[in-house]
Design a binder for this molecule. Structure first.
Ligand code: 13P
Length: 258
């Protein structure tokens, strides 16, 4: 982390977990144990049907609610899809875009790019995900793969908008497996992502962008991961479903930074 130049962000991704009623319960519990200090931004991205309950519960708090996906089109015949202006109107601040679980369902880099542009246009903060498979890591093409995902995902993002984008590095082999990347492995890729942003924009923009790590991040390994200079927070799956664990990760972000 580097609080001097950029925000630390602790974000939860609930994936397909919890009902609206369970959301209400979770938020009530979270509110009672939420740290008072403001050392990081906090986001919870929840299933679409849980957004109203989450927004209502967290209205007077500093927790921003987000969606887990969006459609890049403004409106129209897209059965089952949700447009960015609908998310804004429902009270969302964030939207996760290009999670590997969605890419596995067929989402392409072009889709990711269109969604990032639509989210920015609507005033949402996109959390754009990237990450390599185990095969790609073992083939030694992690850096190239990630650079390609970032370049394609950010195409057409104007210089005055890039600071609004949060990038999440999530190695696919570390998601839901309990096999976390080592702090060094995660740092190496996050540093590489910042270099890509520097080449696309400028040092100033690269320094200002928040890059998160995701993949089996939990209350035990968060401190060490967040201690890395280019890891500005976490995108947390499983551990974000338990208020106590999520709060411990928020607390781990309260450490001295460069
Ligand atoms: P886990 O923390 O459950 O590994 O999930 C990570 C993730 O995919 C967050 O988007």
């Amino acid at each position: 982390m580097n609080r001097k130049y950029r925000k630390t962000v602790i974000a939860g991704n609930w994936k397909m977990n919890k009902t609206p009623s369970e959301t209400k319960e979770f938020m009530a519990q979270l509110k009672t144990i939420m740290p008072k200090g403001r050392w990081c931004d906090i986001a919870l991205c929840v299933p679409a049907v849980c957004i109203p309950a989450a927004v209502r519960a967290m209205r007077e708090t500093r927790v921003g609610i987000g969606a887990e996906n969006c459609n890049a089109n403004a409106s129209g015949a897209y059965t089952g899809e949700i447009a960015t202006n609908m998310l804004v109107d429902a009270g969302c601040k964030y939207v996760i875009i290009g999670h590997s679980e969605r890419r596995a369902m067929g989402e392409t880099d072009a889709d990711v790019n269109a969604k990032v542009l639509a989210a920015l246009e609507a005033g949402l903060t996109p959390i754009m995900c990237c990450g390599e498979s185990l095969e790609q890591r073992e083939a030694g093409i992690t850096d190239e793969w990630i650079a390609m995902q970032i370049k394609l995902g950010l195409q057409g993002v104007a210089e005055d908008k890039i600071r609004k984008v949060i990038i999440a590095y999530e190695p696919i082999w570390a998601i839901g497996t309990g096999r976390t990347a080592t702090p060094e492995q995660a740092e190496e890729v996050c540093e590489n992502i910042r270099t890509v942003v520097r080449k696309l924009y400028s040092s100033k923009h690269a320094r200002a962008i928040s890059i998160l790590y995701g993949g089996s991040m939990n209350e035990k390994n968060a401190f060490e991961l967040l201690a890395q200079p280019d890891i500005d927070g976490g995108l947390i799956g499983g551990a974000s479903l338990v208020p106590e664990k999520f709060v411990k990760i928020i607390e781990a972000a309260n450490q001295p930074t460069v």
